[in-house]
Design a binder for this molecule. Structure first.
Ligand code: CAP
Ligand code: MG
Length: 411
């Protein structure tokens, strides 16, 4: 039997559907392309089938409810989804599955997704969130300012800890492992975590609060144990590369009662999905899923002014998804990183606001004065932006910032 997946003009009840927005590039009529997507992702396939009874179609079939130019809205009935066993892996198999490979569609991008409360309620969201991170750092208002230990890989545990200590003495609130560092022989997870915990304690005894995110990205059957160990060795925050480990890994860590530290979520590999404006998955759905799964801090892009591809409007949308009060979760600390240096900070704060964590790796480690001076320059730039003082003016009385502006300029 052949049924039509087109329900144009119908208003799908947002409490009963997962509603997706797709940008579709196709040689076919948009109605035909959108219907083929809705069919493939629900009860259909490439041809009519004798086993598809009308009541199955009506209860579980995807519904194309709107087409505006090359943008189609498709509503999937909530009963197509299953949360206890299924959750995000199963959600993605529907909203971001076979559709990307359909011959009938040249290119397609998942631009946004809206979940009904019945599905949102199956997720706990962040344990700490933005407010929790601010509490831990005793930093109620200013942007958080951090670094990424560079080089990405190769430093010993001792040298990594020294980097963290120096960046703390330069006033940074956060440091983290880079996304490719986990448990390599040159810097074993345990030795690194213990060494960093010692310098963080030393910093605290010297009056400075700071956290470092230890990367525990690993296979699903080991990640809880890796995080529990890191915590036992003194980790004050863990980091997960969500797209290489999976959203399910973030949810498992966030919902595990034994994990009592915030989760910093890195999005490495996202470019494979987010970069093509016509094909893949926009960062916005990824950000919504990360918040649902429990990210306390999430890389959202650097408003198109860093080294990574991106643009201000979509990165602001990602930040809005971290704060969206229409969903029940704690808000997420958005992280702006990637080619950041002190001369960019005023622009980032003006665009993103104060509820942001700004991070620089090269922008600290590349400072001619060394790590502490690089950290001081970043801290000074954040203070200037927070107090609304032009960076150049502030640099007149802050040498480390002056040096950084002379070296990398002012955007
Ligand atoms: C930044 C970084 C981050 C990227 C992530 C890097 O280092 O550590 O992983 O910024 O990008 O490895 O490139 P630099 P995004 O400060 O030296 O550039 O935040 O866009 O996900
Ligand atoms: Mg990195």
């Amino acid at each position: 039997m052949d049924y039509s997946y087109l329900h144009l003009g119908e208003k799908a009840d947002p409490d009963d559907h997962v509603i997706c927005v797709y940008r579709i590039t196709t040689k076919l009529p948009m109605e035909q392309a959108a219907a083929s997507l809705a069919a493939e992702q629900s009860t259909g396939t490439w041809t009519g089938i004798s086993t598809l009874e009308r009541d199955i179609f009506e209860r579980y079939g995807g519904r194309v409810t709107d087409i505006d130019g090359n943008v189609a809205t498709v509503a999937f009935p909530k009963d197509d989804f299953c949360m206890d066993i299924g959750a995000v892996p199963q959600i993605l198999s529907i909203i971001a599955g076979n559709l990307f490979g359909l011959h009938s569609i040249d290119k397609v991008r998942l631009e946004n997704v809206f979940f009904p409360k019945s599905i949102r309620d199956e997720f706990k969201g962040p344990k700490f969130g933005l407010a929790g991170l601010r509490r831990i750092l005793d930093r109620p208002e200013k942007p958080l300012v951090g670094t990424i230990v560079k080089p990405k890989i190769g430093l010993s545990p001792k040298d990594t800890a020294r980097y963290v200590y120096e960046s703390g003495k330069g006033g940074l609130t956060n440091s983290k492992d880079d996304e490719t560092l986990v448990n390599q022989k040159f810097c074993p997870l345990q030795d690194r975590t213990v060494a960093i915990a010692e310098v963080l304690d030393q910093l605290e005894s010297e009056g400075h609060k700071m956290v470092h995110a230890i990367n525990v990205s690993t296979s699903g059957h080991k990640i809880i144990e890796a995080a529990e160990n890191a915590q036992a060795w003194g980790a004050k925050q863990i980091m997960v590369d969500v797209l290489t480990t999976g959203f399910a890994a973030v949810q498992a860590l966030a919902e595990d009662p034994s994990i009592k530290v915030p989760i910093h979520v890195h999005r490495t590999m996202h470019g494979a999905m987010t970069r093509d404006p016509l094909h893949g998955i926009a960062m916005l759905p990824i950000a919504k899923l990360c918040r649902m799964c429990g990210a306390d801090a999430l890389h959202v892009g650097t408003l198109g002014i860093g080294k990574m591809e991106g643009d201000s409007k979509s990165d602001i949308n990602n930040i809005d998804a971290c704060f969206d009060r229409s969903v029940e979760y704690k808000t997420v600390m958005p992280v702006c990183s990637g080619g950041v240096y002190p001369g960019l900070i005023d622009k980032i704060v003006r665009a993103a606001g104060r509820d942001v964590q700004i991070r620089a790796g090269g922008g600290v480690a590349g400072h001619p004065g060394g790590i502490r001076a690089g950290a001081l320059a970043m801290s000074q730039a954040v203070d200037a932006a927070f107090f609304g003082i032009p960076l150049d003016e502030y640099a007149a009385t802050h040498n480390e910032l002056r040096t950084a502006l002379d070296m990398w300029g002012l955007k």
